[in-house]
Design a protein around this ligand. Structure first.
Ligand code: SF4
Ligand code: FES
Length: 260
């Protein structure tokens, strides 16, 4: 799925200004304080306030769209599906990693300003956009694809119990909320990070796969699973509810056993 970078510049309109004064029943004005960084003009990131009229059931992504379309077209962020599937709009909202498209205004405290900034630990490119390449490089290194020999004439079947072993880690949408909430990753960008380990787990415990040992050796590296300090930030950050820390623990145990 391609990811749209919302980046066109539009001028605010008169109708948008009056819209702030009177909106649909139940709407109210909330303040978003967004950490901006435009590399062409900013030497350092800066905070900028925006007042925007919203409904309680609006999401942070809706508020960002309203700001972009009605107040400041230069505001830049990623989003694609807008429904929690593509993983492109992870950001820090009130100091916690979340998906903007899954965070309802009413679930925050809209009487207070809402702080929005880019996820941490990856190079900041512009406003809410970071360079995801180091994240995907770690992902590629764990060989996230099924490796099985033979030339079967029908699908490779699997028992329900065998599938259950890695069910949780199949849910990952590669949003990076876990990895970018990890204090080890903040201080050591070489650490594979929780998301890469989650995706290694998905194949290590798949009984149709034959490359578990290869992945376990990769993760036995000094930048592998042993850097995890079990702080649980990753599990708390995951918008898919994956038990990330548990998956990392299971991979650690498999490394010690030498097999899945
Ligand atoms: S494990 Fe969860 S938080 Fe981490 S990348 Fe996957 S979906 Fe995102
Ligand atoms: S825009 Fe796709 S997960 Fe939020």
């Amino acid at each position: 799925m391609s990811t749209l970078i919302v980046d066109a510049v539009e001028a605010p309109t008169q109708s948008s200004i009056s819209d702030l004064e009177a909106g649909p029943p139940g709407s109210f004005v909330v303040t978003l304080i967004i950490r901006r960084f435009i590399p062409e003009i900013d030497e350092e990131p800066r905070w900028q306030d925006f007042d925007v009229r919203v409904l309680p059931t609006d999401r942070i992504l809706d508020a960002l769209h309203k700001i972009k379309w009605e107040q400041d077209g230069s505001l830049t962020f990623r989003r694609s599906c807008a429904h929690g599937i593509c993983g492109s709009d992870a950001m820090r909202i009130n100091g916690r990693n979340r998906l903007a498209c899954k965070t309802l205004i009413k679930d925050l405290d809209p009487t207070q300003p809402i702080y929005v900034e880019a996820i941490k630990g990856l190079p900041l490119e512009k406003d809410l956009i970071v360079d995801m390449e180091p994240f995907f490089e770690s992902y590629r290194q764990i060989q996230p694809f099924l490796q099985a020999s033979g030339n079967p004439v029908r699908e490779r079947t699997q028992s329900v119990a065998a599938r259950e072993r890695f069910d949780d880690t199949t849910k990952c949408i590669l949003c990076a909320a876990c990895t970018s909430s990890c204090p080890v990753f903040w201080t050591d960008g070489q650490y594979f990070g929780p998301a890469a380990i989650v995706n290694a787990h998905r194949f290590i415990f798949d009984d149709r796969d034959e490359a578990a040992k290869v992945r376990l050796d990769i993760l036995n590296d000094k930048e592998g699973v042993w850097r995890c300090r079990t702080t649980f930030n990753c599990s708390e950050a995951c918008p898919r509810g994956i038990e990330v820390t548990k998956a990392i623990q299971e991979v650690k145990q498999a490394v010690l056993r030498g097999h899945a």
